[in-house]
Ligand binder design. Sequence first.
Ligand code: 3EB
Length: 352
Amino acid sequence: MKPNTMPHTLLPSVDLALPVPGAVLHHVLQPLRPRQPVVQMPGWHVLGRVLYGVADARVQRQDQADVHVPLPAADGQLWQESWLSPTPVQTLQHGQVLARCNQQVLWGCFSLPLQANMACTEAVQQRYLELFELLQQSGFTHLWRVWNFVSHINAPDVNGLETYRAFNQGRAAAFARFFDQGDQAMPWATRQMPAATAVGCQGEGIYVYFLAGRQPARHIENPRQQPAYHYPKAYGPRPPSFARASAVTLPQQRMLFISGTASIIGHSTVHVGDWAGQCHTTVDNLQIVAARAGRTMQAMNHLKAYVRHARDVPSVLALLHKLLGVPPERISCFVADICRQNLLVEVEAMQL
Ligand code: 3EB
């Protein structure tokens, strides 16, 4: 038997928690157990730390994070995410946006208060414009990946507009203004949209963190889904501003960021009310996008599942594990509202 025909199960297992040699960016996401110290990786420098969990006594530890997202992990523990650099980092600030960078990658974050029924469009536009200005000033002009966590995401704001739609309005206005002088068709911005996630969270705010670089990412779409930035007006006055995936090729490291992906074909939700059907379509969409990037889902080393109903978590995770063929320890799971009321599951993936 030639070595390269050995069955996969006989190959030595690879510890995917280890950074790739020469990596410029490393990521660790794990539960933060009571009394356990914050993760320190010897020889690595912190670009950013995110703490996930709902407010209780343990969240005093939020001072150890740059952004605290009030989103419960499915196991009820606090989870800590560290974005790490092999070389020392520099800190930047512009307005309310904080960032840290090494020579190749910039990590940044901001949050803004959002009480129930409050309109967020203006604040979102302003904060996204600050983000773009920081990128312009720092030379990290290409936004690769953004995570957005939005309180009251499915509830109407003071104008009767769903908070997610009001958020989209502000985000799209910022993209149009900064990249296309206000042209709503965004001929330039749409070509370089970042991969993104936008899901609900508890608390009273919008919490955002992002990755950017000095070179553009390759923008990837899913041929059986309408690009989100071209969704029809039925989903809100301005469409969401994201690509299905972004691929970054640096001399030191190849990265793929697959956006939050759900049970959508064309622009329509399919399998309404059926978590298993939604998992099947979501996994098909993930596999299509991974294939367009020349990758497989098995090669993704970090996945996050967002599940609307806590009662669905065990069955959703078991099915995702089976359909994706990735080990369960690579999929972390959070209980979150998804941006469309009829979506029960959303899954994102990343290869660093
Ligand atoms: C979708 O495909 C599902 O608004 O940034 C997924 C990923 C979704 C990102 C965003 C929304 C966003 O439309 C929802």
